[in-house]
Design a protein around this ligand. Sequence first.
Ligand code: ASP
Length: 397
Amino acid sequence: MVEITGTVAQRGEKNVNANLATGTVEIQAQGLKIINPAETLPFPLDDTRLINEETRLKYRYLDLRSQRMQKNLRVRHRIIKFIRDFLDEKDFVEVETPYITRGTPEGAREYIVPSRLQPGKFYALPQSPQQFKQLLMVGGIERYFQIARCFRDEDQRGDRQPEFTQLDLEMSFVSREDVMELNEKLLIELVKKIAPEKTIQTVPFPRMSYAEAMEKYGTDRPDLRQDKNDPNLLAFCWVIDFPFFEKTDAGGWTFTHNPFSAAKPDSQADLLAGTNIPAILTSQYDVVLNGSEIGGGSIRNHQPDALTAVFKIMGFDEARIQKNFGHMLEAFQYGTPPHGGIAWGLDRLVMILCQEPNIREVIPFPKTGDGRDLMMDAPSELPPADLRDAHIQIRKE
Ligand code: ASP
């Protein structure tokens, strides 16, 4: 790293280099100071598509200097800023919810954190702020959002990360229509502002039921682009009317999306009675972009008996329901507004807008497919004293 003093001057016509951002000027140096000597970099920064990804991740701080990462992080920043400004304008309040908390079922395994002060007890890192955002509705916040980190300890199939970012939002006194309309507007405005070179294929976004999507496209994430080779074409759609429950391997029932969702009004009687289970539909709505699910949400069960009915269908007995969800059921007894919301997988949206092939390219410090941070060398072993403090004994396999 050097400090040069001198004069920035126009280059002579013959020396202009149109391929460089600074190709029309040059510095006529008068002084040179070495601020910090630098080793030769482990890889060149011009075209990182050619560099082995593990090497890029190990030296992420160098990779971040590449034009590609500089651009991606700036686009990410601008997207998040746009969302914040848009929602602020509409009277949403950004609220932070805890990261060390109690588990919440959303279909994935949780990361656990041992408690030093409460021996033998554990916190869980949230799979999403779902319960907190609903409790914020009980708390009178009416319009909440958060750029929230979520944690899921899953086998890393495909394009997933152990921690990822959601735009999470929740609103009181709304219908499914209200939430979908707000989000559609936000997505359209965002594309216009951040990626004006892109065209949205169909506005308003087409809507189809889960049954229709499966029948026509064989997937609930259809890629509706008329020209899949057009890098600037964005085809959004909404998928609605999902079945509430699906069979588990053990022959019981589990939720398809979110246990806190309300059934569609026509299905409410069956939900409460626990009858016709495969036909019960949820108020869930998913937003799909070019074949990727970029968001999903629902209107919630704000009545305690409807929420209890969901857990009963899943085979939970009264004691288990009380132990795991007693706090939600109690909260809902104190006059809870009807509410609903959504969460976007922000990394995926940024990835598509940046035209990147995977979410690691738009996450500043991502992990490998098997959950390792190559730069920090995490996860790592702990010294025995730290384990003792956390009341943990490692079992030798
Ligand atoms: N909590 C849900 C999720 O993480 C989203 C929602 O229903 O708002 O997928």
